[in-house]
Design a protein around this ligand. Structure first.
Ligand SMILES: [Zn+2]
Ligand SMILES: [Zn+2]
Length: 240
C-alpha cells in the first residue's frame, strides 16, 4: 500500500538549477534505469542491487538513513530503526517512502517547471545534492527558519510560499494534506508548484481567477496550466 503522502513530506528536498538560456544543453537523463526493474517490488523483499538505488536516492536527498543530520528528516521515526539497512538490498520502509515520494514529487515538480520553461527563456534541471543550485524546494512545518512572519500556520490558510529572486526558496506546508490526485480535503501538489515557481521567477499575484498566479486555490481544485495572463507576465518581466 502506498504510504499517505503527507507522512512522507518531511523527507524530500528537491533541488533545481535554473539556466536562463534555452540554448544551454540539457544534462543527460541518467541514474533512473534501475528504477525500472523495481516495478512490482514490495517492502520486505530483498532485491539484488537495491543498495545502489539507496545510495543514489541518498545522494540526491530523497532518503536518509540517519547517517547525516538534516532537520527535514527529524520527524521520520523510521530513520533510526532502519540504519542497518543503509547498505544492503532489503526493500525497507524508508526506501518505500523515498521511491513513492520520488515518483510522485519529482514528476510533479518537473511538469510544473516545464510549464514555465515552455513560455520563457528559462530551462530547469535537477541538481545533485551539494551542487550549485538556484531553487530549493522543501516541506516545512510552523516556524522553519525563514522569519517569524513566514512561519507556516498548520492546516488551512497558507499552504505554501516562495520568495522572489534571487532567493529561490519554495516551501510546502507539511501540515497540509498533499496529493497529486486531490480529494475534498487535499491540495494539489502540481497546481501549487506551478504557482510558487511563478513567485520564484519574480511574478506577483494576478487578479484573474483563471491565472495560475491568482492568490487562492481551494481544496481539490486542479489548476495546472498557465493562463494568457501568466504567460504575458513572465514575458514582460524578462523581455530584453
Ligand atoms: Zn518557508
Ligand atoms: Zn502566491
Amino acid at each position: 500500500m502506498a504510504p499517505n503522502l503527507s507522512l512522507l513530506l518531511g523527507a524530500f528536498l528537491l533541488l533545481f538549477v535554473a539556466v536562463q538560456s534555452k540554448n544551454h544543453p540539457k544534462p543527460p537523463e541518467k541514474g533512473f534505469k534501475f528504477l525500472q526493474h523495481l516495478e512490482g517490488c514490495h517492502k520486505g523483499q530483498t532485491v539484488k542491487g537495491l543498495h545502489e538505488l539507496k545510495r543514489y536516492l541518498e545522494k540526491f536527498g530523497y532518503l536518509n538513513y540517519g547517517t547525516t543530520n538534516n532537520h527535514h528528516h527529524s520527524k521520520s521515526t523510521a530513520t533510526i530503526s532502519n540504519l542497518n539497512h543503509a547498505n544492503d538490498d532489503v526493500f525497507d520502509d524508508i526506501l518505500e517512502y523515498a521511491v513513492v515520494g520520488l515518483q510522485e514529487l519529482r514528476s510533479v515538480c518537473s511538469r510544473a517547471f516545464q510549464k514555465w520553461q515552455d513560455v520563457s527563456r528559462f530551462t530547469f534541471a535537477e541538481a545533485p545534492q551539494g551542487a550549485d543550485r538556484d531553487i530549493v524546494i522543501g516541506f516545512d512545518r510552523g516556524n522553519h527558519g525563514d522569519g517569524d512572519q513566514n512561519a507556516f500556520d498548520g492546516r488551512g490558510q497558507t499552504s505554501a510560499h516562495a520568495f522572489p529572486p534571487t532567493r529561490g526558496w519554495f516551501h510546502y506546508d507539511a501540515d497540509e494534506d498533499w496529493s497529486s490526485n486531490p480529494n475534498t480535503d487535499q491540495i494539489d501538489l502540481e497546481s501549487i508548484a506551478v504557482h510558487e515557481i511563478g513567485h520564484v521567477l519574480g511574478l506577483g499575484h494576478n487578479e484573474d481567477l483563471n491565472a495560475i498566479m491568482y492568490a487562492y486555490l481551494s481544496y481539490e481544485t486542479i489548476k495546472r496550466d498557465l493562463s494568457a495572463n501568466d504567460i504575458e507576465g513572465i514575458r514582460v518581466l524578462y523581455s530584453s
